[in-house]
Design a protein around this ligand. Structure first.
Ligand code: FAD
Length: 461
């Protein structure tokens, strides 16, 4: 392939501090592997950047040689856009520096950081910003799509806490975007995904959190699912912002606090976190225990960083994954019936349906204040098909699609772009809703040739 001719690669290497990998190089296969094993693509080149200047050189090189570009942060995105076939993969995963200023409660974070990297650095000062629930996820992709997790009801979406970003735009220029500089770009970065440039540094607001928080799981038998879900739906409508409760229904993993005979059987679990005084939290969570007759619970005061990693063992890389997602303003009886029906037909031991609760502070921001516009989404439902063998693809994907269609009438509109799969290109405009047209205008301004198109793409037309 022409690109791999020595002269061309030397041209990139002449300016590059990081590593450049060709398909024949050791480490190439490891670098192109991402979280979702359904995605198996082979870039012509992988540019493993170590600095913003490396990113500039990679972008200019891609433009000069008219290469398809993909950008990898944490490599977690379900659609697999971090890696491309036959183009240039710009891999940021070596850029992992986090700097925390405990006085101003601000952090600067490089785009290769995982949530675990960021949480660890901020929690060293008893601080945190809202991130997701799986610590191996990348800060970059999560932030650019919106970002929500245990702290979001109290402190908002991740983007609500983004103060500024350094960006390499499609023409290879380095710019700074904030509330006072390049405000239009800053608006678009907060939910617009990787469409407008490559972020080389994020600056976040931090808040006092923990460092120990009341958190854990209560696990109910599946035959009580309807009652538990109905009570969950009502309870979460009025709980205080400090409390967050999510629901997951799946086959029970071999958790030590569950009786052996429950392992591998369908269950309904409530996962909770209280971002305040644990004694206050204990009183508030007491009603949850009365939602049914639990198989068991594991709730206690533990380091926030430990709770942030609690789901990691269920979400390891290397499995095949297919997701579908709806936003809900409320969890209606119809939605509950659909969840119970399809959770009763799980096609593999790792499939699950979860409902992440947001609302609270996330809903107090105007829908057009930034690119992410789903401020009426009090819940984000994700049907998470996950399995090991390609032979099960059709069965597992079919189950997710059927449930998605069955639950659609109860959804509130919009969608979380970070949960869209590669076959949902037709849902991108729907996901953004009222901010989509402004995003198209912004794309025309910052990336008129659509260099950055391996993403939930906003076309400049
Ligand atoms: C197991 C699991 C759990 C999750 N839990 C949550 C959760 O609790 N809350 C939540 O909000 N989301 C959650 N997500 C979704 C997650 O936010 C997205 O998958 C996100 O895209 C991951 O970011 P990444 O950097 O790891 O991904 P990557 O695949 O590396 O990047 C995704 C896309 O973002 C863009 N991108 C990445 N880095 C940059 C950059 N520096 N500049 C410009 N564009 C860039 C690119 O277009 C890239 O294709 C979860 C995902 C998984 C797989």
């Amino acid at each position: 392939m022409a690109l791999q001719q020595k002269g061309r690669v030397d041209e990139l290497l002449a300016h590059f501090r990081g590593d450049v990998l060709l398909p024949r190089d050791p480490g190439y296969d490891e670098a192109r592997e991402i979280w979702n094993a359904m995605i198996d693509r082979r870039p012509a080149l992988i540019a493993r950047c170590r600095s913003p200047e490396d990113v500039v050189h990679a972008v200019k090189f891609a433009r000069k040689h008219n290469l398809l570009v993909s950008v990898r942060g944490g490599g977690h995105n379900i659609a697999g856009n971090a890696v491309c076939d036959a183009g240039l993969m710009i891999d940021l995963s070596l850029m992992k520096h986090v700097q925390v200023d405990p006085n101003t409660r601000r952090a600067t974070v490089e785009p290769g950081c995982t949530l675990a990297d960021f949480d660890a650095a901020a929690q060293a000062h008893g601080l945190a910003t809202p991130l997701g629930i799986n610590s191996t996820t990348g800060v970059a992709g999560l932030t650019l799509g919106g970002g929500f997790g245990w702290l979001s009801r109290k402190y908002g979406m991740t983007i609500d806490n983004l103060l500024s970003a350094d960006v390499v735009t499609a023409d290879g220029t380095q710019v700074h975007a904030s509330h006072t500089e390049k405000e239009d770009l800053f608006w678009g970065l907060r939910g617009g995904g990787g469409n407008f440039g490559i972020v080389t540094r994020f600056e976040f607001q931090l808040h006092p959190v923990g460092p120990e928080v009341l958190s854990g799981l209560i696990v109910f038998p599946f035959d009580q699912a309807k009652a538990v879900l109905t009570r969950f739906a009502r309870f979460t409508e009025t709980m205080p912002d400090e409390l967050n409760v999510w629901m997951v229904t799946r086959k029970a993993p071999p958790l030590p606090f569950l009786p052996g005979e429950v392992h591998g059987k369908e269950i309904v679990a409530l996962a909770l976190c209280y971002a305040g005084d644990p004694r206050e939290g204990e009183k508030l969570i007491e009603p949850l225990r009365g939602f049914g007759t639990a198989h068991g619970e594991h709730i206690g005061v533990q380091p926030y960083t430990a709770w942030q990693q609690a789901f990691d063992p269920l979400l390891t890389r290397g499995a095949r994954n297919y997701w579908k997602s709806h936003n809900f303003a409320q969890i209606s009886d119809g939605a509950i019936d659909a969840i119970v029906t399809y959770a009763g037909r799980l096609p593999s031991p790792q499939c699950e349906i979860f409902v992440g609760t947001i609302g609270g502070q996330t809903a107090r921001v105007a829908a057009q204040a930034m690119a992410y516009s789903s401020r009426d989404a009090n819940y984000v439902m994700n049907v998470h098909a996950r399995w090991e063998s390609a032979a099960d693809d059709e069965r597992c994907i079919g189950w997710a699609r059927e449930f998605f269609a069955r639950s659609q009438p109860f959804a509130s509109g919009g969608a979380y772009i970070n949960f869209l799969t590669q076959d949902e290109v037709d849902r991108i405009a729907f996901a953004y809703g009222e901010t989509y047209q402004r995003l198209v205008e912004l794309k025309k301004k910052y990336d008129p040739t659509n260099l950055f198109r391996m993403n939930q793409n906003i076309k400049p037309v």
